[in-house]
Design a protein around this ligand. Structure first.
Ligand SMILES: C[S@@+](CC[C@H](N)C(=O)[O-])C[C@H]1O[C@@H](n2cnc3c(N)ncnc32)[C@H](O)[C@@H]1O
Length: 213
């Protein structure tokens, strides 16, 4: 029997990942980053805007290395990143992924994808604005993904959510960011904020930060 290419051994999880990866597509208008006038997340209910599988594999491995049991994501979208987190906490012996997503159809799709993968018991997807739903994580978080959305002028959503979750990350906890928002990078790279940070050459730049204080 052939070995899986990545670190996840569960064929049921890998088949949902493969199906979602094959269905990956992008809106013809170029998406919300290119269109200031079309940034309402509800306009993009069918689009995942997901992390790449190599980022997911790294999330899985780092969560296994940490023995992570409480992990958090902003945001969940169709649940692609959630699958890697949920597989890791399940394989660690149990735990919870706290997801967040504004668009109700996406919450439903993510729940279906998790159920298809046999991981429904390991994720709690909180529907609504992550700036509200992630205020109380119920305990220290081992790993957070900040994979946000372009906002209006002012602080990026990534930074706004980071300011809410950072105090809830345990010392030694990890935070990954996918979109390299300037103000977010400034925050995690300023040692006064308690993180040490590194840009990884994945998907054109993936910031990985560890909470040290
Ligand atoms: C880049 S996608 C997340 C992709 C996901 N991490 C994955 O890998 O599949 C960003 C998501 O943020 C959601 N979103 C935008 N603003 C939000 C908010 N204020 N609170 C919660 N979710 C939000 C969008 O609907 C979109 O699905």
């Amino acid at each position: 029997m052939s070995q899986p290419a990545g670190p996840i051994l569960d064929s049921r999880v890998n088949s949902v990942i493969a199906r979602m990866q094959a269905a990956r597509n992008y809106p013809s208008n170029g998406g919300p980053r290119r269109n200031r006038e079309a940034r309402d997340p509800n306009l993009y209910a069918e689009y995942g805007f997901s992390i790449y599988p190599e980022q997911g594999d790294l999330i899985y491995l780092l969560c296994r290395a940490q023995r992570a049991t409480r992990v958090v994501e902003f945001a969940t979208s169709l649940g692609f990143s959630t699958l890697y987190f949920a597989a890791a906490v399940r394989d660690n012996g149990g735990g919870i992924v706290i997801g967040s997503e504004l668009v109700p159809q996406k919450v439903q799709a993510a729940r279906r994808n998790l159920a298809d993968a046999g991981l429904a018991d390991y994720a709690q997807i909180r529907q609504g604005d992550a700036r509200e739903t992630l205020r109380d994580l119920g305990g220290p978080a081992d790993f957070v993904l900040i994979d946000g959305w372009p906002g209006d002028d002012g602080p990026s959503l990534a930074l706004q959510v980071m300011r809410i979750v950072a105090p809830q990350v345990r010392t030694g906890g990890l935070v990954m960011n996918d979109n390299a928002e300037d103000d977010y990078l400034e925050y995690v790279r300023n040692p006064a904020n308690g993180f040490r940070s590194l840009s990884l050459p994945l998907k054109g730049g993936t910031e990985l930060s560890v909470k040290v204080a």
